[in-house]
Design a protein around this ligand. Structure first.
Ligand code: ATP
Length: 361
């Protein structure tokens, strides 16, 4: 036994080789995932990729067909061996459509899981969480009088109240309007970090995952494609799917020559790919930087504006770029602030290479 094995604390949640099939439909295909104590991990991926199923397996709402689920080093579910039921797992659950108890008031819903505390402390604890989640004015209200977003906040408070070691949250902010969502995300993250609960949060929203997560596990078609910090996934994506999942991207084709691929906006390093091979170049819109904004209309330039739109914090520029060798490409650039050049305006572009990715074709 090595020293590191002795000293490393057990993961709050550990999934090993987890597979799941509905009828003949294999929806979870061999997942390994660890969540450290106090860590927030987001399961991110397109609709139907198996996120909810994996969360339900961790919660004990689905029986494990293959693989193992462990909490703090204890195997609690493995096929044919044991299945600790959800209510015995000391896990907080909040789902997209978490039903509140209709006959209990908001505060009674939240105190429901606090039977282990003295009565005086139960209410105090519930009020504290409801206040943090912006529900202080609805303490004595009944669920049917609340909006979907308000119900979701009560469900969150109820899940958080017993300070479980592990929180499992499935799209917990989906019923909130955009403005409120930012605030509740912020408040929820604050509460999670204060309680030190390890958290597995399911979302299909890359921005939500980047905001909430210490680490993101990006899934596609029942598999985890990449696990890492938001920065690792955004800045060091392992394949084209990871790049496109985080937003619109310009895609170009090319051939590796002299260790680079030539594009109409410059050469891109491809020294790790075989000479002569086909490559896919992916350029994020923000990687196209406007080098010269005020070229005279008659200037010779490698690019010209096709269309410009102000989107608020950024301006979107559709441009046509002409390479030195007669290559032409239509590209989308995003630049900060207000920049609304005329159609046909020549502009000079350069590349922020940290937001350009190249993959074998
Ligand atoms: P979403 O973001 O849309 O909720 P998801 O990534 O959470 O999607 P899951 O809900 O895990 O995906 O579903 C994965 C696949 O399993 C889907 O094809 C779904 O139709 C199927 N599935 C889920 N639950 C069941 C079930 N109880 N019986 C049969 N098929 C199911």
């Amino acid at each position: 036994v090595s020293l590191s094995e002795v000293s490393a604390p057990a993961s709050a949640l550990s999934l090993r080789g987890v597979q799941h099939t509905f009828a003949a439909n294999n929806v979870v295909k061999g997942i390994d995932l660890d969540i450290a104590q106090g860590e927030v991990v987001c399961l991110l991926g397109p609709s139907g990729c198996g996120k909810t199923t994996l969360l339900r397996i961790a919660a004990g709402l689905e029986v494990v067909q293959e693989g193992t689920v462990s909490l703090e080093g204890q195997a609690i579910a493995a096929p044919g061996k044991r299945h600790v039921p959800p209510e015995k797992r000391n896990v907080g659950l909040a789902f997209q459509d978490s039903a509140l108890f209709p006959h209990l008031s908001v505060v009674e819903n939240v105190t429901f899981g606090l039977k282990h505390l003295p009565t005086s402390q139960r209410r105090e604890r519930a009020l504290e969480l409801l206040t943090q989640l912006g529900m202080a004015d609805y303490v004595e209200t009944y669920p049917h009088m609340l909006s979907g977003g308000q119900q979701q906040r009560v469900a969150l408070a109820r899940a958080l109240a017993p300070t479980p070691k592990l929180m499992l949250l499935d799209e917990p902010f989906s019923s909130l309007d955009a403005r409120l969502r930012d605030r509740i995300r912020d408040d929820t993250l604050h509460v999670l970090k204060k309680l030190g609960s390890a958290t597995l949060l399911v979302t299909h929203d890359p921005e939500e995952a980047m905001f909430m997560a210490d680490r993101i596990a990006l899934m596609r078609d029942g598999k985890i494609i990449q696990t890492g910090t938001p920065r690792e996934l955004y800045c060091a994506p392992v394949d084209p799917f990871v790049v496109t999942f985080f937003g619109e991207v310009n895609e170009l084709e090319g051939v590796v020559q002299g260790g680079v691929v030539q594009t109409p906006v410059g050469a891109v390093d491809a020294s790790w790919l075989p000479e002569g091979s086909a490559a896919q170049v992916m350029i994020r819109p923000e990687a196209l930087r406007i080098k010269e904004r005020d070229l005279p209309a008659e200037a010779h330039s490698h690019s010209h504006v096709v269309m410009a739109k102000l989107l608020g914090r950024t301006s979107l520029i559709h441009l046509c770029a002409h390479g030195v060798d007669g290559q032409e490409a239509h590209l989308h650039a995003r630049v900060p602030g207000v920049f609304l050049p005329q159609e046909g305006q020549p502009i000079d572009i350069d590349l922020d290479h940290s937001q350009v990715f190249i993959f074998p074709r």
